[in-house]
Design a protein around this ligand. Structure first.
Ligand SMILES: Cc1cc2nc3c(=O)[nH]c(=O)nc-3n(C[C@H](O)[C@H](O)[C@H](O)COP(=O)(O)OP(=O)(O)OC[C@H]3O[C@@H](n4cnc5c(N)ncnc54)[C@H](O)[C@@H]3O)c2cc1C
Length: 439
């Protein structure tokens, strides 16, 4: 028997998709006005902007992950685990790849899932631009498992040094890419080096951890205003972090990085944090328009350019708008953009299902950017409603705003009351845990 309810399928429960599923579940699913289904390849949600903290060990991912099944139950939507691998626009179905266990045995066969409206929010991964050696010799930071691998590899270097009795061992860490991810990771790793020595893993002294950040542009944080870039640059230098700009990495080996200018940078631990690309299977999927980094091209309504029933948001979507001066710009791949797009689609889809309304048009409000420099500081700018303009913030105040970004994400998922309870839980937890995950 076919389901008479309007079927909204959301693929990808990340910064944008999970908030959308939660709100549509509460507004439409609860009243049986539509059937909301969230599909994700993982069983738990973890907010991606915290991954660099997991990598350094300053955050234990298990304490902050959220079960999709539980969130679905609490908020009246359905959760289906699975990896989207295909789309049939004529049949209005998506294909989910088989699920195998660790030994490769099939647990769930390939399935298809019908939709009336499909929202694709699959996020992005780092773009290594096919640099030779990157896949074999770099670690990445695209999901929780990868971030944990960075942490484990870091700890293994420390354990090895501790057991080897080598005199004054060094650890060379190279981070490729000085966007927000690379810069924040560098500061977190500097913090980790201090803390690991404090907790007794002191064979490698903090001043023997050589962190180098390599950036192709002429300054770090090229997407942010120059004054933020310059302030962060100075603070990283104070921590002893080496910054190499205008350097393009040409090859990565197990000893380090070769650059196009002919330099060699020693590295025991290389982490790729440059560029983004959407999942490869999206490239021209079912004849939809995509760009050179596999993002689905969408109109300002967030509908794909060629299909009114397919929407895309967040990092896997390319959405171009014009600003108040009439200049074109593309929405940046950031959590605040995914969140705002999810808010718009919530209203659009509710209007469509309940009133048969046409989809709304997206306008992007840039509230500014904040860069966290671990426990040491934060730097950024706040724009618009909060400040009445563009205001640079640094230190404790900036850190407070930075933390509030995650809290706002939690409010979208849990409401204010439960977020308040989580803040108290986290505060108490801090007094009973070491400052760093040491295992
Ligand atoms: C270390 C780091 C720090 C960052 N810091 C900031 C910051 O401070 N501020 C900021 O604004 N942005 C930051 N970002 C960027 C931000 O995380 C992204 O812009 C944001 O998460 C994008 O949201 P999204 O919903 O598009 O995708 P994501 O949040 O990446 O979610 C995508 C979801 O899709 C699922 N998925 C992927 N493929 C499939 C598939 N084939 N089938 C089913 N499910 C699938 C994934 O499991 C995931 O749950 C940071 C990113 C990183 C990596």
């Amino acid at each position: 028997m076919t389901d008479p309810l309007h079927k909204i399928v959301i693929v990808g429960g990340g910064a944008g998709g999970l908030g959308l599923a939660t709100k549509l579940g509460k507004k439409l699913g609860k009243k049986k006005k539509a059937r909301i289904t969230l599909v994700d390849v993982r069983k738990t949600h973890f907010w991606k902007p915290l991954l660099h903290e997991v990598a350094a060990g300053s955050l234990n991912a298990f304490e902050d992950e959220l079960s999709y099944l539980a969130q679905a139950k609490w908020n009246h939507f359905h959760f289906l685990p699975g990896r989207m691998c295909g789309l049939d626009r004529d049949d209005k179905t998506i294909t989910l790849a088989p699920i195998n266990d660790e030994a490769g045995q099939e647990v769930v066969p390939e399935r298809s899932l019908e939709y009336d409206d499909l929202v694709i929010c699959l996020g992005s991964t780092a773009n290594d631009f096919n640099t030779p050696g990157a896949v074999d010799h770099c670690l990445f930071l695209d999901n929780r498992e990868q971030a944990e691998r960075v942490h484990t590899t870091l700890l293994n270097h420390y354990l090895h040094a501790q057991a080897s009795h080598e005199k004054s061992p060094e650890l060379n860490i190279a981070i490729i890419g000085a966007g927000a991810t690379g810069v924040e990771l560098a500061a977190e790793l500097h913090f980790a080096a201090i803390e690991l020595a404090r907790y007794g893993l002191d064979a490698i002294q903090p001043n023997k951890v050589n962190i180098t950040v390599i950036e192709g542009s002429e300054r770090i944080l090229p997407a942010l205003p120059a004054r933020i870039s310059s302030s962060v640059h100075k603070q990283l230098q104070k921590m002893g972090i080496v910054i190499q700009t205008r350097q393009l990495v040409s090859e990565i080996t197990n000893k380090g990085l070769n650059t196009k200018s002919g330099d060699f940078i020693n590295s025991d631990l290389s982490i790729w944090a440059a560029g983004i690309k959407a999942p490869a299977f999206l490239k021209d999927i079912a004849g939809l328009e995509t760009n050179r980094i596999n993002q689905l091209v969408v109109r300002p309504t967030l509908q794909s350019t060629l299909d009114d029933h397919i929407y895309a948001l967040g990092d896997c979507a390319s959405c171009s708008l014009t600003n108040s001066k009439g200049e074109p710009f593309t929405i940046p791949p950031r959590a605040q953009a995914a969140h705002q797009q999810a808010e718009l689609l919530t209203k659009s889809l509710i209007g469509k299902v309940l009133e048969g309304q046409a989809p709304l048009t997206f306008t992007y409000k840039d509230y500014g950017s904040l860069i966290s420099l671990s426990r040491f500081s934060a730097v950024g700018n706040l724009m618009g409603a909060i400040t009445g303009g563009d205001m640079m913030v640094e230190g404790r105040m900036a850190k407070m705003f930075y933390i509030s970004l995650y809290r706002m994400h939690q409010v979208a998922l849990f409401g204010r009351l439960r977020t308040g309870a989580l803040i108290i839980k986290d505060f108490i937890g801090k007094t009973t845990r070491p400052h760093l995950k040491l295992h």
